[in-house]
Ligand binder design. Structure first.
Ligand code: FES
Length: 352
């Protein structure tokens, strides 16, 4: 039998007519009218009779439309045409429907925690729609508390240290003060008893080493040769006392004829016979005068004043083969000993 399609106006008129009939026939069931819209929203797939009973009750236009569609579907025999679209998973209503379905239709306590919906909304909706064992409210709360505990543990792993107040800046010591302290420390270290003791020991050792070196290399007195030439006899005229060799050789060359009336050239040692001082030849006074104790000697060398006990000494002199006069200081002749008579103690100027 072909189904006759009704318009909205016809449906509303039909509904109002049936409503007025039903209101006259049956009293209103207040308890069911309160629960009916919620049951339709949660589980819309129900029998056509349920839709009809719901349509008989006063409600919103949406309820009325749903009841009409359910009735039309029952008439056509295709329940699937009146079946509303499956609730979208993930909504709060889905979770509550799943919870209520898992509790076997009993009224479940409402899940007020928003985090619980956010934890696994799609899972519960899928479980509710696919028939997988659904988690209980306690399990979901446990899951939420576990996540909160993990978040708390992570927060405890990284504790936030309180900010410390800034440390006061230590005033830097001035360079002059630091230098003065270092100088004082250095001076104190230099004059410490230990340093002085070790310094003295080191100095003593050094002196010993130097003395040893000095002992190993003694002084060598390099004296000039005792024999040396003083030139020809003509260089020393008669009646003169030459001081040419006084400083270098310590002798006077005397050419005189006052000793025993002989014209002689001889060499007198410039050593005072008192205590060894060096007398000076005084040309004006024609004498040798010792500056130490005032001894005086004639031009011949004979002492005549002062403490000198004897005449000056002569040294050897001769005419060398080359005609030069040669002096030999290694030999000495003393007048008091009669040695001035030795021909090696003078040169006869008349023969030279
Ligand atoms: Fe010459 Fe005494 S040393 S007088």
């Amino acid at each position: 039998m072909a189904e006759q399609k009704l318009s909205t106006a016809e449906i509303l008129a039909k509904l109002r007519a049936s409503k007025s009939n039903a209101g006259a026939a049956a009293p209103v069931a207040p308890a069911e009218s309160v629960a009916a819209p919620t049951a339709e929203a949660v589980a819309p797939v129900e029998s056509a009779s349920a839709a009809e009973s719901a349509a008989a009750k006063p409600g919103s236009p949406a309820d009325v439309l749903a009841a009409v569609r359910a009735q039309a579907a029952a008439k056509s025999g295709t329940a699937s045409a009146a079946k509303p679209a499956a609730p979208k998973p993930g909504a709060t209503s889905d979770i509550l429907a799943a919870i209520r379905a898992g509790k076997g239709g009993a009224a479940a306590p409402p899940v007020t925690s928003v985090s619980a919906e956010k934890v696994a909304p799609s899972k519960s909706a899928v479980a509710a729609s696919s028939g997988v064992p659904k988690p209980s409210v306690e399990e979901m709360l446990k899951a939420v508390r576990g996540i909160a505990a993990d978040v708390g543990a992570v927060a405890q792993v990284v504790p936030v240290k309180p900010a410390l107040p800034p440390m006061p800046v230590k005033p830097a010591a001035s360079k002059d003060k630091k230098g003065a302290v270092e100088r004082r420390s250095f001076i104190a270290a230099c004059f410490s008893p230990l340093v002085i003791a070790f310094g003295s020991m080191a100095a003593t050792g050094l002196l010993w080493v130097l003395d040893l070196a000095r002992f190993m290399f003694p002084n060598v007195l390099v004296e000039p040769p005792t024999k040396f030439k003083i030139g020809s006899s003509s260089d020393y005229p008669l009646g003169t006392v030459s001081t040419k060799w006084l400083a270098a050789r310590g002798i006077w060359i005397v050419h005189t004829d006052q000793y025993q009336g002989k014209n002689l050239i001889y060499a007198l040692a410039s050593v005072c016979t008192h205590l060894g001082c060096t007398p000076n030849w005084l040309e004006g006074e024609q004498k040798y005068k010792c500056p130490c104790h005032g001894s005086g000697f004639y031009v011949t060398g004979i002492n005549f004043e002062g403490p000198a006990p004897r005449p000056l000494e002569r040294v050897g002199i001769r005419v060398a083969p080359d005609g030069m006069l040669e002096v030999d200081k290694s030999v000495k002749f003393q007048e008091e000993m009669g040695q001035w008579q030795d021909p090696n103690s003078f040169v006869d100027a008349t023969l030279a």
